[in-house]
Design a binder for this molecule. Structure first.
Ligand code: PMP
Length: 416
């Protein structure tokens, strides 16, 4: 469609065009109700079918075990998840029982964080702010020297998250001293994508609850849900419009600690943190899927996107596409080493957010601006790091990427 911008935004981001068309066509009159979907009561049967359908499709796509895991569509986005994961786990029976075992030794469970970028660092800081016993298990932050020099002949240094140190260098407490371990599967700003294997090679997830932020790569590759305690993410990148937050949680973690379920003679712990209902997983599990008004429009579009993904090869289809789209751009960047620098080490390069910069930094802004005349938008890096970031979430097509590369080749022919 010629009127559509080629939009590489990091989120909210491009939606599949067929989904937009369907939403447009039924916007004024949803299934002959005489109402728009945004006018439906969340208690109506029509909306009930939307949210149940969305949950079933998500379960199918991610192969979420029908027994043992719950799925919620909550509010709060990725940021809400920073607090929700900490608050809910610290008041769960699983974690409190673990604390009881070490309490008499004068120890307090640590909340372990793998810091691989700005979002996992923010989650760590949130835990600190909330009074948690936050502990950095490994911090990937480092500096690299760009192999160019400034006009003054001084090497240019870039600070960021580029590699994961080997597990021998992690400051990993013993399993019985960890409340949970938290990591972000894809760091959207730095373009640093890990994999659960990076964590499970060091941590036994039967002993330690694994928490993962999948805000920017959910539904782009398979993963084994059974390794995780909590998987959560805002939907506004690979699934739908901002609003809903998907939470997938192992059911044993939904049991709250209470005086009745403590063995006789167990140590008395300080009270757990309070949890606002809107962030409480227990509230969602005990009061049904909609204890309060959900983001109805966001969930409605998510449901359409799930259909779209199921019709387009499911997770396997998205995985192949993600690999292809990101490789096309990285190959272009790598084949011009005198012009570009891609700071993240190859093993951890994100398939979602392709981050690089021009060695001649003045060209970054020119590139972003000239792209606009080609109808290409949002390729600037995050405001905190600069450079270029091309986000290729599920709705971005291979043709969009090829079109971007056509522009990029013309640009370097002209300016480099
Ligand atoms: N985690 C990740 C990986 C993100 O990319 C973002 C936002 N881009 C967040 C958390 C914060 O999410 P939100 O803006 O929905 O609060």
């Amino acid at each position: 469609n010629k009127n559509r911008a080629v939009n590489f935004s990091a989120g909210p981001s491009m939606m599949p065009y067929p989904v937009l068309l369907k939403a447009r066509d039924e916007f004024l009159d949803y299934q002959d109700s005489g109402m728009s979907v945004i006018e439906l009561s969340h208690r109506s049967k029509l909306f009930g079918d939307v949210i149940t359908g969305a949950e079933q499709k998500l379960r199918k796509l991610l192969n979420i075990p029908s027994e043992g895991y719950s799925v919620f569509f909550m509010h709060g986005g990725g940021t809400g998840g920073f607090a929700a994961t900490y608050l809910n786990l610290m008041s769960s029976k699983v974690v409190r029982d673990k604390q009881r075992k070490i309490h008499n030794q004068g120890k307090t469970l640590k909340c372990g964080y793998v810091v691989s970028g700005i979002w996992s660092k923010s989650a760590y800081e949130e835990c600190v702010d909330l009074g948690g016993n936050a502990h950095v298990v490994v911090n990937c932050e480092s500096t690299v020297e760009l192999d160019n020099a400034s006009d003054a002949g001084v090497p240019q240094i870039k600070k960021g998250y580029f590699d994961l140190p080997p597990t021998e260098k992690w400051d990993l407490p013993p399993s019985d001293e960890l409340a949970y371990i938290y990591y972000c599967d894809n760091e959207t700003i730095g373009g640093f994508e890990m994999n659960v294997d990076s964590i499970t090679s060091a941590v036994d997830t039967n002993e330690v609850v694994l928490v993962c932020d999948v805000s920017s790569n959910i539904l782009t590759r398979k993963f084994d849900v059974s390794k995780f305690g909590i998987i959560y993410g805002g939907v506004q990148k690979n699934i739908g419009p901002s609003g809903a937050t998907v939470v997938i949680i192992r059911n044993d973690l939904l049991v709250r600690d209470s005086p009745e379920n403590q063995p006789a003679g167990s140590p008395t712990l300080p009270p757990p943190p309070g949890i606002p209902s809107v962030l409480s997983y227990y509230y969602f599990s005990s009061k049904g899927p909609m204890p309060h008004t959900p983001s109805t429009f966001s969930i409605y579009i998510c449901n359409l996107v799930f259909d779209y993904i199921l019709e387009n090869g499911g997770i396997d289809g998205m995985e192949q596409l993600s690999e292809k789209k990101s490789s096309l751009i990285y190959d272009f960047v790598d084949s011009n080493p005198s012009i570009f620098f891609a700071p993240v080490c190859k093993r951890y390069r994100s398939r979602m957010n392709v981050v690089f910069n021009f060695k001649n930094q003045a060209l970054d802004t020119l590139f972003v601006n000239e792209a606009k005349s080609y109808n290409i938008f949002e390729i600037n890096g995050h405001r905190s790091v600069g450079g270029i970031r091309v986000s290729v979430y599920n709705a971005v097509t291979v043709d969009d990427v090829l079109y971007f590369l056509e522009f990029a080749k013309k640009f370097i022919a002209k300016h480099c």
